[in-house]
Design a protein around this ligand. Structure first.
Ligand code: PFF
Length: 455
């Protein structure tokens, strides 16, 4: 087999994995699903799911990724000594393909916003006008498709270069910049009139607002933001030397991810309440609130431009990881095939994404299962395929790999305590699968039926 690529530095891996995690999920999606799902109660659930289910899963993917030193598909068969287990990797590759097809649509929206801002079209509008502008921008077929294409082309160009030159270098500079800008933004938002209402909405849980569906969304969101269940983290860990401290890397990524989601919430909800908007406005939320927040500060548009660029960058580093695993699966780590495969895969993803792109415009009336094409794609990936992948990975790691092998792997490069390992192992073996199954059944409305059966 071809020589496995390797990360250049320890921090490079953490930044790249954090780059995969932090993206549209924490910045764009988290505020709006939290807004729709009940604010504080949703946040709390999201945190619990992240720590109790996300953390062991992330470690699980890291352990078997580095252990297998292979691609996302063959790692499973190689470790289980039976190729039939490769289906978990194949499912991940398929999920990643669908995911990038609509993720790139939102990436395109950010590009269009940047173009709009540079042409002076964003300054000095009223709150309502920002909302309308977003609607106009995303419903226009040609520019949105063109922007989605640009997003895919950049992704292809970077990933075709190979992981080291592309992903690692880019992540090193941009992640710290993103954090800094978010901090400025939050300070600004908190100083708006009525900001505290927004802070309360985000931080004070009101459990009466939770529904089975919002619990499923919180679960999906926890996996989505950590890029779990797709074998992305497994693939990134396969490029690691044995000296990397896996628990420390996982914890840093989780903390960074939570911090960014919290900052995004704190940047947005004060604005929502201060401007008298609805927190459950949906995907438009960040695009209509933030320009208004920025518009009222000195050099606002300059800051907004910086924000959009970093936001776009965060989306790119996630997109790189999605296409990377498909490329890695297809080329089986043969570097000579990388360029061509990346181009073919990237273009296919673009084509599959076009209907999602149009579903905010000319295809807006096309509904399947009561959802637009875009929403259906997102729902299928985030709330069905990713939790399903996570379930399979949890079962695979905890039941197919001997416990002592896992601990031995985790210990390399770290002096992790056995207790910590045991807790994660227990969570992975029992709690993660049970939680995912229960949330699935509950959201499918089956729980009442099952309870009735046992009465
Ligand atoms: N974690 C990314 C985000 O929050 O935007 C999305 C993502 C990337 C999900 C890669 C899954 C994945 F494999």
């Amino acid at each position: 087999m071809a020589q496995q690529e390797q990360w250049k530095s320890k921090i490079g891996f953490v930044l790249a994995a954090a780059g995969s995690a932090i993206g549209l999920g924490a910045i764009w999606k988290f505020p709006y699903v939290a807004g729709t799902g009940g604010g504080g109660a949703f946040l709390l659930l999201f945190l619990v799911f992240t720590l109790v289910l996300g953390m062991p899963l992330l470690l699980g993917e890291f352990m078997i990724g580095r252990m297998g030193q292979s691609n996302p598909v063959q790692t499973y068969g190689k470790l289980a000594l039976n190729p039939k287990w490769n289906f978990i990797g194949k499912l991940g590759v398929f999920t990643s393909f669908l995911l990038l097809s609509f993720y790139s649509v939102v990436g395109g929206w950010i590009i269009l916003y940047i173009v709009k801002l540079l042409s002076g079209g964003l300054a000095g509008l009223t709150q309502d006008q920002y909302g309308e502008l977003f609607g106009d921008i995303i419903s226009n077929p040609y520019p949105t498709i063109a922007a989605q294409l640009v997003f895919m082309l950049v992704t292809i160009l970077v990933v075709a270069q190979g992981i080291q030159k592309g992903i690692e270098l880019a992540s090193k500079v941009m992640m710290p910049a993103l954090l800094l800008l978010f901090l400025i933004l939050v300070i600004r938002s908190l100083s708006l009139d009525g900001a505290m209402e927004g802070v309360k909405f985000l931080l004070v849980p009101d459990f009466s607002k939770l529904t089975s569906e919002s619990i499923l969304f919180a679960l999906g969101q926890a996996f989505f933001t950590l890029s779990l269940g797709v074998s992305v983290m497994l693939t990134y860990a396969s490029y690691l030397p044995k000296t990397q401290n896996l628990p420390q890397s996982a914890i840093s990524i989780i903390i960074l991810n939570i911090v960014i989601a919290l900052l995004a919430g704190l940047a947005i909800f004060p604005g929502v309440f201060s401007f008298g908007m609805e927190p459950n406005a949906g995907p438009v939320l960040i695009f209509s609130v933030l320009p208004a927040v920025f518009a009222h500060m000195p050099f606002g548009m300059l800051f907004f431009l910086a924000f959009l660029l970093l936001f776009l960058f965060a989306a790119f580093t996630s997109a790189f990881s999605m296409i990377e695993i498909i490329v890695s699966a297809v080329t089986k780590n043969d570097a000579s095939k990388r360029k061509k495969s990346t181009w073919i895969i990237g273009m296919l993803i673009f084509i599959v994404g076009v209907p999602s792109c149009l579903s905010y415009g000319v295809l807006a009336d096309v509904h399947l299962f009561n959802k637009t094409i875009f929403d259906l794609m997102d729902y299928t990936v985030s709330n069905i395929l990713m939790p399903l992948g996570a379930l399979l990975i949890a079962i695979f790691v905890s039941r197919k790999i001997p416990r002592e092998d896992l601990f031995a792997e985790l210990k390399q490069g770290s002096n992790v305590r056995y207790t910590f390992f045991s807790i994660c192992y227990f969570l992975l073996k029992y709690i993660v699968p049970i939680a995912i199954i229960v949330v699935f059944l509950d959201a499918a409305g089956l729980s009442d039926w099952i309870i009735a059966l046992f009465k």
